[in-house]
Unconditional design. Sequence first.
Length: 289
Amino acid sequence: MLNKSDYIIFSPNEMDEGTLIKLHNSRFDKQIWMLKLFENPENTEDLDKYNNFINFTSSYRWDSDIVVPYGKFITSDDERYINKKNKYKKNYRKINDIVHELNKKNPRIAMFVSNCFTKNFRLNYTYQISKYYPVDVYGKCGDKTINRQDGFKLLKNKYKYYLAFENGNCQEYVTEKFFINALENYVIPIVLGPSKEYYEKIAPINSFIHINDFKNAKDLSLYLKYLDDNPREYFKYFEWINNGKFIDTKFWCRLCVFAQNSKKKIYTDINKWWKGKKTCDNAKSQWKI
């Protein structure tokens, strides 16, 4: 099957170097190899074995050949939104529809996490915040357990805030923690990851709280309490619901178009491209931890 396929997509840990070389030796000239990357560079294995084999890349990063973000929000003035305006009106809620639900939420923070040891010290931040504001941690790193679907219901019905802390502060690395766990469940994400400026490029306007806007956990907790005491200010974090929609970026459709129209190339040092300098910055923030 592999020897007959026009396009092969690899994930970094799918095969050892020996198997990869054997497969390469039997590949035909026009066969295209693509490497699809989901994790941040620090949590990706060494990629040197793919040097001179890979033609194209696909990842959440904007310097990939095919960009596949974990989430994509389009505003109501976007052509893609306008073309399907009637469909979106039928299937998408407005802020007035959810005010009653928002009013029932508790002033608490949730976090779902399974990787307890990260270079950006995210659990240290979590601990600091919990000194001043109630935090419930679910998963391997906390004292609570829940499955995915029940977790989403809990977020939507109970929690005001969600710690969308990535497992590394890496270039353009914003995952489903932000888009799905938080925003799609009408929870305000408190974020740790790339810079605030990058979040502003990809997120709905005024939809998140970045920890670097605060000197320490106490200052953050005071701001959360301010939102709790001022519902109008809290509701402002959901005004984006009136102004756009999350869409499917249709990777497979775009791949088909890309395959038909792209000139074949070779990555000679894919490790340097993916893991080079400045791809991650896990230096501790101004918070004292």
